[in-house]
Design a protein around this ligand. Structure first.
Ligand code: PFF
Length: 452
């Protein structure tokens, strides 16, 4: 017997949970670096345009599919298409979310290990020490898997408590905590000597750095950062109430996500420039460069240094956890609704299988490094297949589905909450989802394979 579906109990809860999905490692380890490297303020401007014209409409589209379907992503697409092949686009979202959960959990586990290392006083040494520490840890066969299991265990605990008692309650606690931690580190970082150089690096508009690559980079980043085309947004929207204003919610989430990304830049660059360290991107930024920067800027063995480092890794863990919750929920909803089992059993299936995927990914960085394909380890393969193939494919097909297949009156009634809202922007939404979004997604997809 299928249990009664849960839903979000309040508007704030729904917004915070969905913003929790969006705000994640992508905001902290990717956005700041891309901004600094790709034209500073000019990049931020392009990014915001991408969020407004592409990210928010696609999020709104997923909201419509999810709330209309009031079921997991696969079934939601199936309902709207009356069982036609479009349901496989929904399934693609579920598969993408499922595959990401495993490797995202590994990185989230690393964040937990770094909280532990900070408390134990291990994050204190020469720049080379941080490189060795990270390489030793991430290639260790057992420790990363232990922390992956811990973070998946916490996620499981939240998920089995349901949408309202688990996801919503946790998001209402974790998201404000995340903001406070972020703000405190931003202030501490901006008060360091020479911090202004970092602020300048981030915000100085360098128009000559703008080219087509930068545009496509901003577009890809906006989709990843808003968790689009991975089933998450659609699944969360299936728990929205009929009163939720979908347009306002998508705009609010887009704004929250962009503010966090910009604040992450203000946390990282002033500190890095203050001690003259060149920031880089990806895992090495947060697990090698930043512990070194924080140690030099605030004093590794001093109380302030310890607190800042502790706050930083707690912030990262919270950001990763709220995204992980949404990823886990995509598959949990799918399993329990499609297999007609309890929510708890669905969650157990997801937890165990993502733990296995996570463990294999983690081992592929060390002892199982034979698990590679043309020089790419399993970790990068997962990242590539989900982020560069499934994400654009799912996003593109969703736009075509909504813009050209789903009857306009269904879209309009969801958009206007069955005629109770004005729907002033409906025409613009339709235009964006029919033309601008699919063409842009196609452009990034083809460009990354050097086809255009
Ligand atoms: N949006 C998250 C981030 O910026 O880190 C990553 C993410 C979470 C992507 C959930 C996709 C997803 F379904």
């Amino acid at each position: 017997m299928t249990e009664q579906r849960g839903n979000f109990g309040s508007k704030l809860g729904a917004i915070l949970a969905t913003a929790g999905s969006a705000v994640g490692l992508g905001n902290i380890w990717r956005f700041p670096y891309m901004t600094g490297e790709n034209g500073g303020a000019a990049f931020i401007l392009i990014y915001i345009i991408c969020v407004l014209l592409l990210g928010i409409p696609c999020m709104l589209g997923e909201f419509i599919i999810g709330r209309h379907g009031a079921s997991n992503t696969y079934r939601a697409y199936s309902k709207l298409s009356e069982g036609k092949a479009w349901k496989y686009v929904g399934l693609l979202g579920v598969v993408t979310g499922f595959l990401i959960t495993g490797y995202y959990a590994v990185v989230a586990g690393w964040c937990l290990q770094y909280i532990f290392a900070t408390v134990m006083g291990h994050l204190n040494g020469t720049p080379q020490y941080y490189i060795d520490y990270f390489n030793d840890f991430s290639t260790n066969p057992l420790r990363p898997i232990f922390w992956t299991a811990v973070i998946i265990g916490i996620t499981h605990f939240v998920i089995v408590h349901g949408v309202r008692g688990g996801i919503e309650r946790a998001s209402k606690l974790l998201m404000p905590t995340l903001f406070v931690l972020l703000l405190v580190i931003v202030v501490a970082s901006c008060m360091l000597p020479n911090a202004s150089q970092g602020i300048r690096f981030l915000f100085y508009p360098e128009l000559d750095k703008l080219n087509s690559e930068v545009f496509l980079g901003a577009l890809g980043q906006s989709f990843y950062s808003l968790s689009i085309a991975m089933g998450c947004i659609c699944t969360y929207a299936s728990y929205f109430s009929r009163q939720t204003n979908l347009t306002t919610s998508a705009i609010q989430i887009g704004i929250i996500d962009s503010i966090v990304a910009i604040l992450a830049g203000l946390m990282i660059f002033p500190a890095a420039f203050s001690v003259g360290v060149n920031p880089d991107s990806g895992p090495s930024l947060i697990f090698i460069t930043l512990p070194n920067v924080f140690q030099q800027a605030f004093g590794g063995s001093s109380f302030v240094g310890l607190i800042i480092s502790l706050m930083f890794y707690t912030l990262l863990s919270l950001a990763a956890l709220t995204s992980l919750m949404s990823l886990h929920e995509v598959s949990t909803a799918f399993f329990y609704e499609e297999l007609h089992i309890s929510r708890k059993k669905g969650a157990v299936i997801v937890t165990i299988s993502t733990l296995i995927i996570g463990a294999i990914c983690s081992l592929s960085l060390g002892e199982w490094n034979f698990l590679s394909l043309s020089g790419k380890n399993l970790f990068s393969i997962f990242d590539f297949v989900t982020g560069q193939i499934f994400l654009p494919l799912g996003g593109f097909l969703t736009c075509i589905f909504l813009g050209w297949y789903v009857p306009k009156d269904i879209l309009k009634s969801e958009f206007t909450n069955w005629g109770t809202l004005k729907g002033t922007f409906f025409g613009i939404f339709l235009f964006l989802i029919r033309f601008v979004c699919p063409i842009s997604i196609l452009a990034i997809f083809l460009h990354q394979f050097n086809i255009i």
